[in-house]
Design a protein around this ligand. Sequence first.
Ligand SMILES: NC(=O)c1ccc[n+]([C@@H]2O[C@H](COP(=O)([O-])OP(=O)(O)OC[C@H]3O[C@@H](n4cnc5c(N)ncnc54)[C@H](OP(=O)(O)O)[C@@H]3O)[C@@H](O)[C@H]2O)c1
Length: 242
Amino acid sequence: MSDSLRGKRALVTGASKGIGLAVAKSLVQAGVQVAICARKDTELRRALQLLNESVPDSKSTGMVADVSKTKDVSDLFSFVDRELGGLDILINNAGLGIFRSTADLTPEEWDSMIATNLSGAFYCSHAALARFKQAGGGFIINISSLAGKNAFAGGSGYNASKFGINGFSEAMMLDHRNDNVRVSYIMPGSVDTDFSGKGTEEKSEWKIAPGDIADLVLHILQMPSRTLISRIEVRPSRPNKN
Ligand SMILES: NC(=O)c1ccc[n+]([C@@H]2O[C@H](COP(=O)([O-])OP(=O)(O)OC[C@H]3O[C@@H](n4cnc5c(N)ncnc54)[C@H](OP(=O)(O)O)[C@@H]3O)[C@@H](O)[C@H]2O)c1
């Protein structure tokens, strides 16, 4: 592992478990000062304890925040300013999925996916870009999904949010790459997490491990500054045939 990340400051949203927690852990192990957020306090505290045990003296920090709410995002970035003294890396990972046919999906369920998966990434990116402008650059990595390019039955709301974040990421990349801001998005297939309460019974060896996504994040962050990995697709090598 190169030392290029040591001392950088990162915010990972939705990092109390799953992919976000794995990314936060890898960043901490690479010497990055990390702040995390999630909506549930108990799970957030448990994640912070785990991060701080994984690298003693790493002093990871975090607060309860819902990225779909502009006031929470504003408070979160004030917290990051205070606790980390600046920001170099934003990982927009917070996300949820509700899978029903369009007729059965309620407007509230639609709104919650668009508000978290898409608007939340915009709110956080907007706040981060203001800090990157002062700092002279930074990274934004959006955790999208293969559902951002492959539609499926029962996925209308989730597909819309992830197709949206792909377009958002590419436009933001073009807006800001000359400001030394590198924007990337990762489109994973099935990852072995408790995504949207699917529960442990669906955990399977064949799925991508959350740590594999964390490795990709570190790879993006460690490319030479002349080179921008703008998007990555990643999928299980041998998907379950059922
Ligand atoms: N697992 C997969 O197969 C897969 C595949 C492709 C892409 N992804 C994407 O990867 C990302 C992470 O998914 P995961 O599988 O790690 O899911 P997960 O295990 O359910 O974790 C989701 C995390 O996001 C947090 N979160 C949810 N809504 C939030 C909000 N409004 N504000 C702040 N935090 C919020 C959750 O904590 P709280 O509930 O406490 O807020 C939790 O920490 C998502 O964007 C998902 O779409 C997942």
